[in-house]
Design a protein around this ligand. Structure first.
Ligand code: ZN
Length: 259
């Protein structure tokens, strides 16, 4: 039996703790799409809340607790759900579109002007500024979790990821950065973001916090970190990775010579 990742008005449907629902237990959805390459799992969109005992509605807050692997699967469904919602009508001519699915290629086709509207992701940079054995971590205003995380922001129109990084750090904490080292990327579906992770260093200077965005930002020694995001998130992994490489560098420095 096929399994559904099902949405109702931005909420994820969850049954007995699982977001993979048996399709036989639910009525026919308004829209359905196989999630390649796991074709046995489909995105299902409901405009009416299905009646099913024990059915729960999860918001982003609960979804963020999923494992990295589950988040990836959820992320593809969530991105395609957003695409389905955003491209029901053609942005060029306003005509209703038709979803076209050709293997892995998915787009909304406009039968009037022939435009194709593909699912989109929005690139964001996320960065930890380092200075010697210290990491700069910040609490954002928008998501008050009490955690100290990396600095992040959207790549602006016409910018490279590296330019976005320089601008974001300058705007949010007033520092000038250099030596940007790319660490990796992650799909982050809240919503449709592609996080590009960098470590960078900064020129000497005082922290100047952007009051509208940043609640607090401080330097933390790598051995004395505050509460940081969990390992499911790229922020959590990059902070732990940087602290580990600092520890390893220190161990190499103090290791006795073997010859
Ligand atoms: Zn059109």
């Amino acid at each position: 039996m096929k399994q559904w990742i099902a949405f109702y008005q931005q909420h994820l449907l969850v049954l007995q703790g699982s977001f993979l629902l048996p399709s036989g237990a639910l009525p026919k959805p308004d829209f359905c799409l196989a999630l390649q390459p796991q074709a046995s799992i489909e995105l299902a969109v409901f405009s009416q809340l299905p009646e099913l005992p024990g059915l729960q509605l999860w918001t982003d807050k609960e979804v963020r607790t999923l494992s990295t692997e589950d988040l990836m699967l959820y992320g593809r469904a969530r991105t395609l759900y957003a695409w389905y919602q955003q491209h029901r009508f053609c942005g060029y001519c306003g005509h209703p579109t038709e979803p076209m699915i050709r293997g892995a290629e998915i787009y909304a086709h406009c039968p009037n002007c022939q435009a194709r509207h593909y699912p989109r992701v929005n690139p964001c940079i996320i960065t930890v500024v380092t200075r010697g054995e210290d990491l700069l971590l910040a609490q954002g205003k928008r998501h008050r979790t009490g955690l100290y995380a990396a600095i992040a922001g959207f790549v602006d129109a016409g910018e490279s990821a590296e330019q976005a990084l320089v601008r974001e750090v300058q705007e949010e904490v007033g520092l000038e950065v250099y030596d940007q080292q790319y660490l990796g990327s992650e799909s982050w579906p809240f919503p449709q973001q592609l996080m590009l992770a960098y470590q960078c260093q900064c020129l000497p200077g005082e922290l100047r916090l952007q009051a509208s965005e940043i609640l607090d930002a401080r330097w933390f020694h790598y051995q004395n970190l505050p509460d940081i995001p969990p390992v499911q998130t790229i922020a959590g992994r990059m902070i732990r990775y940087i602290a580990k490489t600092m520890q390893e560098a220190k161990t190499m420095q103090v290791a006795p010579k073997t010859h």
